[in-house]
Design a protein around this ligand. Structure first.
Ligand code: FAD
Ligand code: UQ1
Length: 418
């Protein structure tokens, strides 16, 4: 049995970042991270790996090497949460008692919810997904082999992490096939369970225009339910029809975004809401029933875009509120729902969508971010990965709020002078 002041369930983006902050503040031996995986991935780069613009080692580090000084890693999964007893139980049967618990278990990828998908990813040479490190490299290989026919890109029923990723890879594939001179022989179809291309109108308008110009067909309210990789047929449910009519669509290449859901151990626990996600206040990130439990990242039920960018912004509010909770003072700092989605729209082009809980744009830079820019692509490829490894995971990057404020102040001054 173990006893720690702070237990962190999950050592992904959010778990490591908050552990770093807590260990710095409260000292050695107080924080335990419970994480089963020996490899940690910077998932935002998966899109570029799938597009042949980065390689997997750039997204990869050993979990051991990322554990902040003063923290302990328990290489195990949490099997059971017992919040009434301030305790959790691991897969190996250890009990971990805590004063405070931070939930950071992420979201589960449910490939098995689409009939035939697991087999198709394993055994076919044209069904791919950027969402998992074991498959992401295939995307580019299959893309390179594709010279004619139907190319499909899917988006499942939400919530999912990085809601832009299912279409980013379509833009990269389109660019690749144009470069190869085979684009005229390929029919590109985007199938989304949603009724819109993107949740924030300003950016959706820009993306729709790109799709129109590049002949990328959008099919709305279509949810992938089955893949027959022998016959090469994808089956979709029409969510707009009364009895969810099924439609078959033959493919020669398909990029699938798997359905996602809460982790098993969380879903069945007292920490979950009725949908299975960790039930926290969307502004303070404190659990609504257990005040010594907080949540960060993809595992919670806050209605923000599930991204690393959101994790960074949440870290600011979470850390301050945890400190207040320990000190017995009122919780104040509020998370505004900030999330960012760097929409790669070509080999060296990017629309940087940033927005809040109300799906209103919340842009950092003093220019129109809905325009495709090379500078923003360079930022995604060269600036954000080191920002992640060297700053977010060390607990020192709390999102671009201060940068945004700085630009706004300069803009006001310039306007005054002019
Ligand atoms: P994760 O980083 O996924 O970590 C969760 C951890 O919990 C994992 O290590 C897991 O092993 C562990 N865990 C799970 N169950 C248990 C358990 N029972 N006990 C203990 N540990 C457990 N974000 C952006 O900001 N920009 C992007 O451009 C972007 N692009 C993306 C593209 C792709 C293809 C993908 C897949 C993601 C992308 N994201 C992007 C999203 C981003 O990676 C996630 O939102 C972010 O990593 C969430 O952090 P997290 O800590 O909540 O979860
Ligand atoms: C960000 O902070 C972040 O987390 C480190 C991301 O995830 C990789 C992002 O994609 C973005 C866009 C941000 C926001 C950062 C800036 C400088 C606008």
């Amino acid at each position: 049995n173990y006893r720690y002041r702070f237990a962190i369930a999950g050592g992904g983006s959010g778990g490591i970042a908050i552990a770093a902050k807590l260990a710095k503040k409260y000292g050695k031996g107080k924080v335990v991270i419970i994480e089963p995986s020996s490899t940690h991935y910077y998932q935002p780069l998966f899109t570029l790996v799938g597009g042949g613009l980065a390689d997997l080692p750039e997204c990869t580090n050993a979990t051991d090497s990322l554990i902040p000084p003063g923290c302990t890693l328990l290489k195990d999964e949490v099997k059971e949460f017992q919040p009434k007893q301030n305790c959790l139980v691991t897969g190996d049967g250890h009990q971990v008692h805590y004063e405070y618990l931070v939930m950071a278990t992420g979201i589960a990828l449910n490939y098995d919810k689409v009939e035939g998908l697991t087999e198709a990813l394993e055994y076919s040479d044209n069904v791919c997904t950027n969402y998992s490190p074991e498959y992401v490299r295939n995307t580019y290989y299959y893309m390179k082999n594709m010279t004619k026919g139907n190319a499909l890109f899917t988006f499942p029923t939400p919530p999912i992490k990085c809601a832009g990723a299912p279409q980013k890879i379509m833009y990269l594939a389109d660019a690749h096939w144009r470069n190869e001179g085979v684009r005229d022989n390929i029919n590109i179809q985007y199938y989304t369970a949603l009724g819109v291309l993107f949740g924030v109108k300003k950016f959706a308008d820009a993306l729709n225009q790109i799709c129109d110009e590049r002949n990328l067909t959008r099919n709305y309210q279509r949810n992938l339910v089955k893949i027959d990789h022998v016959k090469k047929i994808a089956t979709f449910e029409d969510l707009s029809s009364e009895n969810r009519k099924r439609e078959d669509s033959p493919y020669d290449f398909i990029h699938v975004t798997p359905p996602m859901g809460p982790q098993e151990a969380v879903k069945d626990s007292e920490l979950a809401d009725s949908n299975g996600y960790v039930d926290v206040d969307k502004h303070t990130l404190q659990h609504v029933r257990y005040p010594n439990v907080f949540g960060i990242g993809d595992c919670t039920n806050t209605p923000n875009g599930k991204t690393v960018a959101a994790v960074a912004a949440q870290l600011r509010a979470l850390y301050k509120n945890l400190k207040a909770s320990v000190a017995g003072t009122p919780l104040k700092p509020k998370y505004d729902g900030y999330a960012a989605c760097p929409l790669v729209t070509g080999n060296s082009k990017l629309i940087l969508a940033e927005f809040d809980y109300d799906n209103q744009p919340l842009e950092t830079f003093p220019f129109d971010q809905s325009e495709e820019r090379y500078s923003m692509y360079l930022m995604k490829k060269y600036f954000l990965p080191p920002l992640y490894w060297k700053s977010l995971l060390k607990g020192t990057w709390l999102g671009p709020k201060e940068v945004r404020k700085g630009f706004q102040a300069v803009k006001r001054q310039v306007e005054k002078v002019a």
